[in-house]
Design a protein around this ligand. Structure first.
Ligand code: PHE
Length: 336
């Protein structure tokens, strides 16, 4: 009777008190088990009644512990301590920022738009004609191996574009000279991923076709571009190169701003950094795209946006652009 009263009158304040009470009463060496021990010595004629009361006691204690536990848990939810200090200011929302690849792409587009170029777009999944054949890559020509292509289908060939020159072909399909377009986009090449290469990257290519366009126009346009992007003190140099779609072709270097051209680890001691490929559009390409090469001439150029961004921001590992680690991306959120 005394134990039953204590069970009913028990008013704990914490969950720990309930647990302590449970062990004391219902535990293996608890009071209830002690009574059960005594029960063995009760006279047989009293066993029935005493047994019933012991069972009732056990049930009452068990139910009381469960009810107290639930009650304490509920009241904790509206406990000021659990909520914390309601007068504390909230944590600020983190604003996103433009990706460095977008920033550099926008800058390049903006510079060429001042020279009268407009942006053209095209599909990432292309056919052989727009990526290779219309650009003077003969069938089975080894130059096609210069770019390790991801083929989706063979014969007829459907593939992921390896350069955005395909957009220039599409432009020539529906536009007559003068043509002045800049073509940004994602391109795909089957290359092992490393600090300096990726199987997906971004290019921006340009095409200018009109009457009397010369190599001097090409060089001046690219010099203007380099100075606008890397600073007024920037110089360019052109080295002979080869592309199936341009003749003559060149690779363009900019002077290394980090060492002022004296040579440093970034430019590998040369004072120069390669930024793009270019050349005069091959007459075969004009012809294949229905433009009279006797009347018109043009130039084209193409560059990798990741590479330009690496040089501009001093980023040493191209993979950072794809990981989207906010600690990396946040460094660019001051730029528009
Ligand atoms: N399409 C070339 C490439 O992806 C770049 C380029 C464009 C070169 C235009 C010359 C002229 O490597």
């Amino acid at each position: 009777e005394e134990l039953l009263r204590r069970v009913e009158e028990f008013r704990p304040k914490t969950a720990a008190e309930v647990e302590e009470f449970r062990i004391k009463v219902l535990g293996k060496k608890g009071e209830l088990n002690a009574l059960m021990e005594e029960f063995k010595r009760v006279a047989p004629e009293l066993k029935r009644e005493v047994g019933q009361r012991l069972n009732a006691l056990k049930q009452a204690a068990t139910e009381r512990v469960a009810a107290l536990r639930a009650e304490l848990q509920e009241s904790r939810a509206d406990d000021a301590e659990a909520i914390g200090d309601p007068t504390r200011p909230g944590s600020a929302e983190q604003l996103g920022s433009r990706h460095p690849i977008s920033l550099v792409k926008n800058q390049i587009v903006e510079i060429f738009s001042r020279l009268g170029y407009t942006v053209a777009d095209g599909p990432e999944i292309e056919d052989d004609w727009h990526v290779f054949s219309a650009l003077n890559f003969p069938p089975e020509h080894p130059a096609r191996d210069m770019q390790d292509t991801f083929f989706i289908e063979k014969n007829p060939d459907i593939l992921l574009r390896t350069h955005t020159s395909s957009i220039q072909v599409r432009t020539m399909e529906h536009q007559r000279p003068p043509i002045r377009v800049i073509c940004p986009g994602r391109v795909f090449r089957n290359e092992a991923i490393s600090y300096r290469a990726h199987c997906i990257f971004h290019q921006i290519e340009g095409l200018y076709i009109d009457e009397g366009v010369s190599f001097a126009d090409l060089k001046q346009s690219l010099l203007f571009f380099a100075k606008e992007l890397f600073g007024e003190q920037t110089a360019i140099r052109m080295r002979p190169s080869y592309f199936p779609f341009t003749e003559p072709s060149a690779e363009v270097d900019v002077s290394c701003n980090l060492c002022g051209g004296k040579g440093c680890p970034v430019c590998k001691g040369t004072g120069w950094l390669e930024i793009l490929g270019c050349g005069m559009v091959d007459p075969n390409v004009l012809e294949a795209n229905g433009i009279d090469p006797k009347k018109y001439s043009g130039f084209a150029f193409g560059m990798g946006i990741e590479r330009i961004a690496m040089l501009k921001y001093g980023v040493g590992d191209l993979r950072l652009y794809f990981e989207n680690d906010v600690r990396f991306l946040r460094q660019f959120d001051t730029e528009l």
